[in-house]
Design a binder for this molecule. Structure first.
Ligand code: AMP
Length: 402
């Protein structure tokens, strides 16, 4: 699937003010950026706009300042790091109003090829409500708008949707294009067999993803906390494992749907159990491995078991396309990370196109050192999930068609 939206290759920005919405929502620890993936991912579009002679005005949100200036959530450290990664100064337009006198003066002083970064868009209360006043202010700063923030594409905010509707030209950047090409191709036009792997804590968070992927994939693999609701739906004892009793019927429906569509739905055949959830999460823990139909009533399932890990790794081996979202167990604990590692390793070793949904699975794959072995790691957790649900993303829809 190719995205039928105007891209940075279809516009001429020479001498123009280009507002580029990026996803600079990076993890910060005491003012230091601990993961620069999102910054690196934004570089191709920024470089292209500079090379074309645009005046490049970057903007993003960071964390949840809830509509007021919070110094600890200022984008100032991002400007410093980005300057370093770009090899060119990214001037920070400090301004509590985001588009206030300072920002306007900074834009006024720009020359072609200059880059500035505005303050955290969520310093403004209107941002997350897509309020018109802030959208208009953003639009007044620029001639052209480029949206490269896949991570917020599932939200309709001023800085990605409101502003796009107020400018003559609204295009998407390379990162946005790449995300949609990978995720879109996998879901709509996959090279088969297509294996989808879902894990994570709750079934309720992934209802529509399960249902939509069942229609698109050949094999759906379920692990993580959500697997136990499926096992309970099959009438199995699951002890104190995570369960969503309200979703038992739903799980039964999905199992029926899989067999009606002739799809393979894989559930854990064994599981790693412990006396309780580790506290703190990375505390040393004693575990044992039991078959999925022999979970003791006083134990809790915290990871897939070794037989399941092998079963899932084998299923991946025959795939040509794999999409993975959500860890197989409580991977934050080294003893409970084995299932997630086994799946990550299987993905790293296959020739198939491998796509990792953002959020926890992306973090797990990177942490475990398999990041560079994947075809694509999405920069958006929520956005990639909504994409896998088959929903249209407002941040993408708002850009001009080709
Ligand atoms: P999610 O945000 O839905 O992708 O869920 C990720 C979280 O699910 C991680 O923090 C895991 O620790 C947690 N998780 C995975 N497997 C289990 C399980 N068997 N029991 C409880 N939590 C789990």
């Amino acid at each position: 699937m190719s995205l039928n939206k105007k891209s940075v290759d279809d516009i001429n920005v020479k001498g123009l003010r280009v507002l580029c919405r990026c996803d600079f929502n990076v993890p910060l620890k005491e003012g230091v950026i601990t993961d620069t993936n999102r910054l690196t991912a934004a570089l191709p579009t920024i470089k292209k706009l500079i090379a074309d002679g645009g005046k490049v005005i970057l903007c993003s949100h960071l964390g949840k300042p809830k509509g007021e200036p919070k110094p600890e959530l200022s984008l100032a450290p991002v400007a410093v790091k980005l300057s370093e990664l770009l090899g060119q100064e990214v001037k920070f337009a400090a301004d509590p109003e985001v588009v206030g006198p300072n920002a306007k003066a900074a834009v006024e002083a720009m020359k072609d090829g200059d880059v500035i970064l505005l303050e955290n868009t969520r310093y403004r209360a209107e941002e997350t409500k897509n309020g018109e006043a802030f959208s208009k202010e953003l639009a007044s700063l620029c001639d052209v708008f480029v949206n490269d923030a896949f991570g917020t594409a599932h939200r309709a905010h001023c800085s990605n949707v409101g502003v796009a509707e107020l400018v003559d030209t609204a295009a998407v950047g390379y990162l946005m294009q790449k995300e949609i090409d990978f995720l879109g191709n996998a879901v709509e036009n996959p090279v088969r067999p297509f294996v989808a792997i879902l894990g994570g804590a709750k079934v309720a968070d992934k209802l529509n993803v399960i249902s939509n992927l069942l229609e698109k994939c050949d094999t759906l693999i379920i692990g993580g906390g959500m697997a136990y609701t499926f096992l309970k739906a099959q009438g199995k004892e699951i002890g104190n494992s995570l369960v969503d009793d309200e979703k038992i019927d739903y799980c039964n429906e999905m199992m029926a749907k899989a067999s009606k569509l002739g799809k393979t739905l894989l559930l854990p055949i064994d599981t790693t159990v412990a006396a309780g959830f580790p506290s703190p999460i990375d505390a040393e823990i004693e575990v044992s491995y039991v078959d999925a139909n022999a979970i003791p009533s006083d134990m809790e399932g915290l990871d897939i078991g070794p037989k399941t890990a092998e079963l899932y790794a084998n299923a991946v081996k025959s795939a040509k396309t794999v999409v993975w979202n959500g860890p197989m167990g409580v991977f934050e604990n080294p003893t409970l990370a084995a299932g997630t590692i086994a799946v990550a390793k299987a993905l790293a070793e296959t020739e198939a196109t491998t796509i990792i949904g953002g959020g926890d699975s992306a973090a797990a794959v990177n942490q475990l050192g398999f990041g560079d072995k994947m075809s694509h790691i999405s920069t958006g957790g929520g956005a990639s999930l909504e994409f896998l649900e088959g929903k249209e993303l407002p941040g993408v829809a708002a850009a001009n068609d080709k």
